[in-house]
Design a binder for this molecule. Structure first.
Ligand SMILES: [Zn+2]
Length: 658
């Protein structure tokens, strides 16, 4: 990961801005007096933790990300900001070695390919005549159009080479398609063909929203396998990923807990019902890496397991036996002992709830959403859950059975670091089995793994219940996915313009013909992109022929790295530049539409916060929303005004020509 992203991951814009601006939480955002213009009556300056952006709705009408805030506040250039923020975040800035660089370039190219593939499959789901049955399937699952768009749900054609042909024509080689897991190779014959055929495509994104692979559900009755995943790659590592985390993270922080379910559909269904702190494990037992990736947002985990996956007692016992013989990670979905150890090492509070037989979260939320939060409240600490599970059908008269249960549960209890908690579960087990505690303590259990780590605080059953957080949210927050789409559009604009600087003037000309502003720094959110655009314009304004080498010469080393990353995707042949300019103009329209929609949603969010009474009286904000609507109309008009021919041509190019 590059240093800029790492810094953004580690620092919270709210903390950084709070150093110099007194912020007050108002609902989902923070407000204060703008440090960049005289303003002392109404707080015009807002920070949005979800998108990690800031915006002044007052005189400056400016906004951006963490970097652009400190650059503006301190008068730093990009490099100064980078050095200072890196220090604050504890990120070491290293000069990239050529080996690292080429590896990063390849990785970037692969995520670009996967992102493009997600878009390709999504467009097929929406428009392809062959996708009728797939559309019926998502309709039957009651996924709204918005949910489908937010998660980029897609469809792969029932063909052996449609995907391959499409991306070959975009300049990707078969080797690259194979590495990205879009092609499969027959090891005997050496033939290569599309991995995903006639499947519902669910892009899997990492914590930063980059597409790293796919989960693909069969659309054939009794199709095998039901879910086909991308192959394991460096990017797509199932033991590190949690599905939906990129979208859920701000909501996890806000709800102060994360709910872990089993399926992609469960996550999407929960999201659209307003339960947005839900993620899915990836078909294996939860790993410590997965839990660690969430730990930044909360230490309270709830596992909502399907009844069959809860591993009922048979699986529990099978697991214990397997563990003693193999003592290594197995492909099981519920690993109680692992969880207890993770809990200790992470100082977390992990609870488990089993859903009623025959139900999964998807079904419960669709049929009776009110049942969902009630079920979660019933979640029990792991050890208590296991004790309940094993003793549920215990015949009190069966002494051998009692011994067997004790021998399974005691290792779990022994893994608990905190002595008070340990004692609590000794007592619980004794009561559940109807035996004396002293007897239990005489049972010797072979101690397989040494206890590691210790718990500094007792967080589970022994401590009083924390009141349940407000987990249900308003529907309709797609700001994160909207921003991701814009990042992609803007990166594409920059990379094409760095490749073919003459495009800048062509695009601006077309924008002017449509009576639209030329592309400017205010179009961009990320500080590094603003800076890159400035460099591009400076070079062009000298009136000399701009070459990439010349551009690169004028750039700081760190920005240079970013430009070089931007340069890696497939260049478009020069002959088609005009067509490319059309595509990019459309893309500028789209990102501006998205920006205005996001901004209006942010402003509307300010109104609906009950604890910000001032906002509702702010006619200047209403004015901004009205202006936004006017802008949306004129952009849409401009889009329509581009001649039908060139528009169709441009859209074809944008979708890669299907
Ligand atoms: Zn301002």
């Amino acid at each position: 990961m590059d240093a800029i992203q790492e810094i953004k991951n580690r620092l919270d814009i709210v903390d950084v801005v709070s150093d110099s601006v007194q912020l007050r939480k108002s609902g989902r955002s923070y407000s204060g007096f703008c440090p960049f213009h005289p303003n002392s009556r109404t707080p015009a300056f807002h920070v949005f933790p979800e998108t990690q952006t800031w915006h002044c709705f007052g005189a400056c009408a400016d906004g951006g990300d963490l970097f652009s805030f400190v650059m503006k506040k301190e008068g730093w250039d990009f490099k100064e900001a980078l050095v200072n923020l890196a220090q604050r975040a504890g990120v070491t800035l290293e000069e990239r070695s050529p080996a690292n660089k080429s590896q990063e370039d390849a990785q970037r190219r692969q995520t670009d390919l996967l992102t493009a593939a997600a878009d390709y499959f999504h467009q097929l789901l929406l428009h392809a005549p062959q996708a009728e049955h797939a559309r019926e399937y998502v309709a039957a699952r009651q996924l709204t159009a918005e949910t489908q768009a937010v998660y980029r749900v897609g469809f792969s054609l029932g063909s052996w080479d449609a995907c391959r042909t499409h991306f070959n024509s975009q300049g990707y080689s078969d080797d690259e398609l194979l590495d990205a897991g879009l092609l499969t190779e027959n090891p005997d014959k050496g033939t290569r063909y599309d991995r995903f055929r006639n499947r519902l495509m669910i892009p899997i994104r990492d914590i930063n929203g980059r597409v790293v692979g796919f989960g693909a559900r069969t659309l054939e009755k009794d199709g095998i396998p039901k879910y086909l995943n991308s192959p394991q790659t460096e990017l797509f590592n199932k033991s590190h990923l949690l599905y939906g985390l990129d979208m859920a993270k701000p909501f996890i922080r806000e709800a102060r807990r994360v709910v872990i379910v089993e399926g992609y559909m469960d996550v999407m269904q929960a999201w659209q019902a307003g339960f947005q702190n839900v993620v899915a494990q990836m078909g294996t037992a939860l790993t410590e890496d997965q839990l660690r990736s969430v730990k930044r947002y909360t230490k309270r985990f709830v596992l909502a397991l399907d009844a069959d996956a809860a591993g009922l007692s048979a699986t529990m016992r099978g697991l214990q036996v397997a563990r003693e013989t193999l003592d290594r990670e197995l492909e099981v979905r519920f690993d109680a002992r692992g969880l207890v150890r993770h809990e200790g090492r992470l100082q977390a509070d992990i609870r488990v709830v089993t859903l009623p037989e025959g139900n999964d979260p998807d079904k419960i939320i669709r049929t009776d959403p009110a049942q969902w939060p009630r079920l979660l409240e019933e979640a029990k600490p792991v050890v208590e859950y296991v004790i309940n599970l094993l003793t549920k059908e215990l015949d009190r008269g069966d002494a051998k059975e009692k011994t067997s249960i004790a021998q399974q549960v005691l290792p779990l209890i022994n893994d608990i670091g905190d002595p008070i908690e340990r004692d609590h579960f000794w007592q619980l087990l004794a009561r559940s089995l109807g035996v004396d505690q002293r007897v239990l303590r005489q049972i010797t259990v072979p101690q397989k793994a040494p206890r590691r780590g210790s718990r500094s605080s007792s967080t589970s059953a022994a401590s009083p219940q924390v009141p349940p957080p407000p987990e249900r949210r308003r529907l309709g927050n797609s700001s994160l996915s909207g921003q991701a789409a814009n990042d992609f559009r803007q990166r594409n604009y920059l990379r094409q313009c760095f490749q073919y600087p003459q495009l800048v003037a062509q695009i601006n000309l077309k924008l002017a013909e449509s009576k639209m502003d030329q592309v400017s720094e205010s179009d961009f959110i990320a500080a590094e992109d603003k800076v890159l655009l400035r460099h591009l314009y400076q070079q062009l304004s000298t009136g000399t022929v701009v070459t990439i080498e010349k551009l690169c010469d004028s750039l700081d080393e760190l920005l240079l790295n970013r430009v070089q990353l931007l340069l890696t995707p497939p260049p478009t042949p020069e002959a088609e530049l005009d067509r490319l300019a059309d595509t990019l103009v459309l893309s500028v329209f789209d990102w501006r539409l998205q920006r205005i929609k996001l901004r209006n949603a942010e402003i509307e969010g300010l109104f609906s916060e009950r604890n910000d009474p001032e906002a509702t009286e702010r006619s200047d904000l209403y004015q901004l929303i009205r202006e936004g609507h006017v802008q949306i109309q004129s952009i849409n008009r401009a889009k329509n005004a581009m001649s039908a021919v060139s528009r169709r041509r441009a859209e074809d190019a944008d979708l890669g020509g299907f």
